[in-house]
Write a protein that binds this ligand. Sequence first.
Ligand code: PNS
Length: 167
Amino acid sequence: MNEIIAIYPGSFDPLTNGHVDIIQRGSRLFDRIVIAVLINVDKAPLFTVSERVEITREAFRGVANVEVDTFDGLLVAYARRRHASVIVRGLRAVSDFEYEMQMALMNRHLNADVETVFMMPAEPYTYVSSRLVKEVVALGGSVHGLVPESVELRLRDKKLARETLRA
Ligand code: PNS
């Protein structure tokens, strides 16, 4: 039987425990899950693509069916190149739904062979987003327990580096 390959695409700037939770669920459901970090030239990310790949590889080191890769261009074209039949997306709240539905239906329009599968993270992560994590850290708050430890340390380093530059 053919193995089912799923792509979990995103910005992951930075990886949160909500992402980790979805990846763990996906790795139990699919034969292989490829975390695909978007190379987005328009945005000004906090972490470089290489840093985001490194963080994600560190978090899933030793998990045989989880792979980390980067992509640009159309997601469905990348999925086709990777022989993936599933796109995984996390749904935290109703507010996520409209954007996610638009993307899922556009992707289906572009390639009907790829199915989007939505998964809900564990309840403690339903309010966690990369955007809020960055905001809280920038304003001096704690994100302990909401991101992997390595991300917490790197966020602290980035904040210190910025403060030193400003001083
Ligand atoms: O973590 P994010 O920022 O919500 O992820 C968004 C992502 C990477 C899934 C989305 O921007 C994307 O799929 N980009 C690739 C471009 C594309 O295929 N666009 C057309 C279909 S919607």
